[in-house]
Design a protein around this ligand. Structure first.
Ligand SMILES: *Cc1c(COP(=O)(O)O)cnc(C)c1O
Length: 242
């Protein structure tokens, strides 16, 4: 039995999910006093087959996808549609993989150390490109998560802003699992405050136009509290099978 990969039958749920999510995002954006167009939807495609990703791009208006593994991002790329879209890396990046990824994505959201930023700068310079990055913040101070601690952010920001061929576009976080919404919202509020503070300082070479927070389980809260980029996987494509 051969499978017809161009057969889109049975994928309509993806389109329905995206439509519903966009409506929820729009409502939350309006609730926070913004336009629905201020919030960007990134479809997280880790473990998702190319056929489904292509369906989302070709039929559902998705123009931004995110992968969290360098190898998966690179190996799937060849099987993706010709229709125009952007790719972000959203997962932990090891310095020895920087060379492979900088020219393959339009943004690295998961920069978690000055040393990593330094390597991205180095490789970007050698390729004569500028890499857009977000700094990942360990907002819940969790051992298990990577990212800058809030206390070290100012100093790290300064050092990264001095590096060539890097544009700091904003911040990203994955909040801890919370017992209730009040606790969760507090993390998002903290992130928003940090984001606005840095933006107000108008540092050279720091643009701060992107606040990436919100996943399947919490994107409404995230947008309500100021996120302008949500990263959604399972609510679009269904539960991941590893
Ligand atoms: C997997 C992943 C997401 C999406 O998670 P869902 O809960 O499936 O929406 C978002 N951000 C990062 C960094 C991820 O690794």
């Amino acid at each position: 039995m051969t499978e017809n990969l161009s057969n889109d039958k049975g994928l309509e749920y993806i389109s329905e999910n995206i439509k519903r999510i966009k409506e929820e995002i729009a409502k939350a954006a309006i609730k926070s006093g913004r336009s629905p167009y201020d919030v960007k939807l990134l479809a997280v495609t880790k473990t998702v087959e190319p056929q489904k990703i292509n369906y989302a791009i070709e039929n559902c208006g998705i123009d931004l996808i995110g992968e969290n593994k360098v190898q998966e991002l690179l190996s799937k790329s060849e099987q993706l549609t010709e229709v125009k879209f952007e790719k972000h890396l959203i997962g932990t990046l090891q310095r020895n993989k920087v060379k492979k990824i900088v020219s393959a994505v339009s943004m690295i959201q998961s920069v978690d150390s000055v040393r990593l930023a330094d390597e991205i700068s180095h490789v970007s310079s050698s390729l004569s490109i500028t890499s857009n990055i977000l700094l990942q913040i360990n907002i819940g101070k969790e051992e298990s998560k990577s990212g800058f601690m809030v206390e070290e952010l100012e100093e790290s920001l300064h050092r990264i802003s001095l590096l060539d061929n890097i544009s700091i576009r904003g911040l990203m976080c994955i909040p801890p699992i919370c017992e209730n919404e009040t606790e969760l919202n507090q993390y998002f509020e903290n992130m928003y405050r940090i984001f606005v503070d840095i933006k107000a300082k108008k540092y050279d070479n720091i643009l701060m136009d992107i606040l990436s927070m919100g996943m399947s389980g919490d994107y409404v809260n995230a947008v309500t509290h100021g996120s302008n980029l949500v990263r959604i996987g399972s609510s679009i494509f269904g539960a991941r099978i590893y």
